[in-house]
Design a protein around this ligand. Structure first.
Ligand code: ADP
Length: 281
């Protein structure tokens, strides 16, 4: 048997390939958070669905390699990526035609942990960006890992003309430091911060309608005045989000009339307005 030849692709080529392919999207939006568990992946997937509900052509890239959960929120956990004849990875078709690229859809089982150090994760993002057969579309939503580590640096350097970033927080984590860090990261990379989404903002009792700020309250006016950061909206705590997740149903499609769903759709409309009416590719 002949010796198997391994073809090494110079990083430079990969970067150029990734840039060329990602230029197919009119708008590229990064969804970020200062820390894990604030609902960033839930919101990324619902923003993608919400944009699709508004008639947009959408792809979503799950760049949260260690915490990949977009397939779960979109109810396509059982799907797998295939390759075309040219060896490119084909995105998986999710609900409302949303195209999904996620490492979880390449593993033998979603329970398999991805045990990679930071630089390898950055390289995997680059490889995926370059090797996926991305389709021409209006929006690419990128679900970033929490914080500003290797992936954030790779994405900010490799992805061409990023439209902007959205920061997801919950009231208790919306400390000055987290907003300041995000604002500073954006400033250092030249990426526009479209605004902040306050998730798990409050709980409204389904019986008496009383509103409780379980996680505390924040003053959006203060953050706007100090850092110029817009509040895109507040999403309440809704137990049916996890119910939908457990049943493998995309929340926004099955609870369209809930307060959280309405808040998400209002945010979607604001985002469309912000990015499409400012001539910012
Ligand atoms: P992150 O990506 O920030 O780590 P996830 O999106 O994975 O967070 O969400 C963490 C958990 O919180 C999930 O179980 C998700 O279903 C739940 N969750 C997110 N937002 C809400 C909300 N507004 N109300 C109730 N549960 C929520």
């Amino acid at each position: 048997m002949g010796e198997k030849k391994v073809k090494f692709v110079p990083v430079f080529d990969l970067v150029n390939e990734a840039k060329k392919k990602l230029d197919k999207f009119k708008y590229k939006i990064l969804v970020m958070s200062g820390k894990g568990g604030v609902g960033k992946s839930f919101i990324s997937s619902m923003l993608a669905l919400g944009l699709a509900m508004r008639g947009k052509n959408v792809s979503i890239f799950d760049a949260d390699i260690h915490g990949s959960s977009i397939p779960l929120f979109l109810g396509i956990q059982g799907s797998r990526h295939y390759a075309n004849e040219a060896g490119e990875i084909l995105p998986v078709e999710g609900p409302l035609n949303v195209k999904v690229v996620a490492i979880n859809l390449m593993l033998d089982s979603p329970d398999t942990p991805v045990v990679w150090r930071g630089p390898l994760v950055g390289r995997a993002i680059l490889e995926l960006a370059a090797k996926v057969a991305w389709y021409e579309a209006d929006y690419l939503i990128v679900d970033m890992p929490p914080g500003t580590g290797d992936v954030a640096i790779t994405v900010s350097q490799v992805f061409p003309s990023i439209t902007g970033a959205i920061l997801v927080t919950s009231p208790n984590t919306l400390t000055e430091t987290i907003v300041a860090k995000a604002a500073n990261f954006m400033a250092s990379t030249g990426i526009r911060l479209l605004g902040v989404i306050e998730n798990m903002s409050y709980f409204k009792c389904p019986h008496c309608g009383m509103v409780t700020n379980i996680m505390g309250e924040m003053s959006s006016d203060y953050f706007f005045a100090k850092y110029g950061v817009n509040l895109l909206g507040k999403i309440p705590i809704d137990p049916s989000i996890n119910e939908a997740l457990n049943k493998g149903k995309p929340y926004l499609l099955f609870n369209r009339e809930s307060e959280a769903a309405r808040a998400i759709l209002e945010i979607v409309d604001k985002v469309i307005n912000l990015v499409e009416n400012t001539n910012n590719k």
